[in-house]
Design a protein around this ligand. Sequence first.
Ligand code: APR
Length: 346
Amino acid sequence: MPLKIIRDDITKLNCDAIVNAANNTLLGGGGVDGAIHRAAGSELRDECAKLGGCLTGDAKITKGYRLPCKYVIYTVGPIWNGGNNNEESLLRSCYIRSLRLAAENGCESVAFPLISSGAYGYPKDKALDVAVDEVKKFLSFYEMLVYIVVYDRSSYQISQSLFDNISSYINDHYVDDQFKPMRRFSARDLYALPDECISEDREPRPFPSLGQMEPSASGSVGSKNSLNDALEQIDESFSEMLLRKIDEKGLTDADCYKKANVDRKLFSKIRGDKLYKPSKSTAIAFAIALELPLEETKDMLMKAGFALSHSNKFDIIIEYFIKNKNYDIFEINEALFAFDQKLLGV
Ligand code: APR
């Protein structure tokens, strides 16, 4: 199941477990720790008092009491001290142990705040990278819906260089619809007519019917074979192309839907319905999972009834990653979230 990055107050989520960025006493504090204790009520603290504290990098669990979730998992992140004091491995351990506890308690969904990225001063972009990387590893072998919960805009940052690169790519390519210069389409463009049909002082002759199309020497647009091939390709549906590409790339179904950050159930629906029409973000997610170059991505999208446009930031960001051959859907989602765009997958 997928990883979702959402903006919310973690105390409001009714998933199976929420994770608390606690301190070693487990007896409450500020930040998300304080919010969880306030929302859960005093019984939570009473149960925590019996746990005997928690080591940094470790995780413990209690019931959720007045919270909508069933469990609260407590983990204690490292205090940032420059990055050379084992901070990263301790932070990774927080996610690994919390996910293991969630699995051991039969949770199908779990929500994390960005551990250590608040009072403990862990750089937000590094904290996000650790969180996404450890969740991604866990989801490669385990089915669970995992949320990374961002409380406010300021608590979410991707790497500055990535943010700057994407921003300049958007600036270079974004075409605001209302200002797009109307491109004059010549008859040659509109009808893709062979030169002999066009003369500057004459309207183009009617488009020759398919039967009259003679394969031209160059085997270009007019050749019967390539036209038949093209028609065959048009007949191929989105899901047929998806399944064909999975086979061609030697992937398993699970490889593909996990790389696409798509739920197994949705993939089964697509596999079972030749004419299934996915959402645009799901169609792109599969193109990314298949690591298709831009033109093949556009072809696959067209079969689902979509196109990429330079008047759409979401599309330009997708194009940026494909052109840079970066098919890590989790990193793409981090960037999409940073630009307030819909995420890929479900
Ligand atoms: N829902 C989701 N996320 C939240 C919420 C909330 N209600 N409140 C805060 N956050 C986010 C912060 O924006 C930050 O991104 O949780 C992340 C972790 O910040 P902190 O709560 O400050 O946790 P941390 O940096 O790990 O420091 C832990 O702070 O609160 C004390 O007792 C706690 O001593 C411990 C220390």
